[in-house]
Design a binder for this molecule. Structure first.
Ligand code: UDP
Ligand code: MG
Length: 171
């Protein structure tokens, strides 16, 4: 069997505001990957800072946080939908369907090219996040999902006891 890869996909708040969820999942199905984890998440400041640790010190981080948390759209949209996809060349396949970061530069047939735009303060509202490499995917998936929220053990796990209950955590 070909080398299996994992990728974290996040449907960002603008995807939900624009009612594009079904559309985007249909586009992603063209990658012939399998979903092995999925949940709706209200993004905390802490999670946003971990996920975008490479951007935390940029002057636009506050605006990016307002977008990524959904706060700029109001309480009904303070959520994202996160997925773990598995399959051959998962990161590359999803990134190609997603398109370039800047929606104005993205090929118009990609998700970001078709549905993205630049909003106030130059925030790139671009519908979808996807991991740029298997290494980033591992870190990102561990930030977003607990081992038991994924239907396969994709990375090593350890047991911890919390309040007398045994739980599984990533090594
Ligand atoms: N972003 C932005 N302005 C920038 C750079 C990034 O608004 O100048 C946002 C954009 O939504 C992007 C996200 O921050 O998707 C993460 O940036 P990254 O460079 O990691 O791009 P990606 O991996 O999402 O293509
Ligand atoms: Mg990135």
């Amino acid at each position: 069997m070909a080398q299996q890869e994992y990728t974290l996909v996040i449907l960002k708040p603008d995807c939900i505001v624009k009612s594009l969820t079904g559309n985007i999942l249909t586009r992603l199905s063209e990658a012939h990957l399998r979903i092995i984890g999925c949940k709706v998440v209200k993004v905390s400041r802490e999670l946003a800072e971990k996920h975008y640790s490479h951007l935390v010190n940029k002057p636009f981080f506050e605006d990016l946080y307002g977008y990524f948390s959904g706060k700029i759209y109001g309480a009904d949209y303070e959520r994202v939908i996160a997925f773990v996809y598995k399959g051959e060349d998962a990161c590359g396949r999803v990134r190609r369907i997603a398109g370039a970061t800047n929606p104005f530069e993205a090929d118009p047939t990609t998700i970001r090219g078709a549905y993205g735009r630049i909003i106030q303060n130059n925030v790139m509202e671009n519908v979808i996040h996807s991991s740029d490499s298997p290494e980033s995917a591992e870190q990102e998936i561990k930030n977003w999902f607990l081992p038991d929220e994924i239907v396969e053990d994709i990375y090593p796990v350890r047991s911890v006891v919390e309040n007398a209950v045994e739980r599984r955590r990533w090594v």
